[in-house]
Design a protein around this ligand. Structure first.
Ligand SMILES: [Zn+2]
Length: 174
């Protein structure tokens, strides 16, 4: 589609895992079609970095660290609530839908199985993760007081504090 201004970037997860490749990216929130309508503002980007490898069970796998500052809509007053969200997540890839559906549910396992591809849409995965990390009912601690967020305070959300992990990834240290 030549008229589509959004370039879809896809990666070969199997080749990246084999060669231990890294992919870093930025997804503009305004081009995240499913996430953007859930937010009060669409400025900003989702930063991410994916490190691919074969895991200790020989499976193609990835570690995905992502973060973003998003403005959700307050459930009480409707004004923007700024949220720092992000995560450090682990995945492994299977080759077919049948394989994915046949996997036993392993609640103990940290890694989440995904249907891999030679043209895998990493942006869509990051967008999915961001959508899943949004609180169901984001709210200001006290509406009105900090609705403008002029004092620089932000409400924390998300599954983890991934920023230290992201900083480590960026600096190349483990
Ligand atoms: Zn509010």
């Amino acid at each position: 589609m030549a008229s589509d201004p959004k370039l879809q970037r896809t990666v070969d997860v199997f080749e990246l895992a084999r060669t231990r490749g890294d992919v870093a990216g930025e997804l503009p929130i305004r081009s995240a079609d499913r996430l953007a309508p859930m937010l009060a503002r669409t400025e900003g980007v989702l930063h991410y970095r994916a490190e691919f490898a074969l895991d200790d069970r020989g499976r193609p796998a990835a570690r995905l660290v992502w973060s973003a500052t998003l403005a959700a809509k307050c459930d009480r007053c409707g004004a923007p609530v700024e949220l720092d969200i992000g995560a450090d997540a682990r995945f492994y890839f299977v080759r077919t839908e049948e394989e994915l559906n046949a996997l036993p549910i392993e609640p103990e396992e940290v890694e989440e199985p995904l249907l891999g591809s030679r043209s895998f849409d990493l942006d869509a995965l990051v967008e999915d993760e961001a959508i899943l990390s949004l609180p169901l009912a984001p709210r200001h601690a006290r509406c009105g007081d900090d609705a403008e967020l002029t004092d620089g305070t932000r409400e924390m959300s998300g599954r983890a504090h991934p920023f230290a992990a992201l900083a480590r990834l960026k600096s190349g240290k483990r």
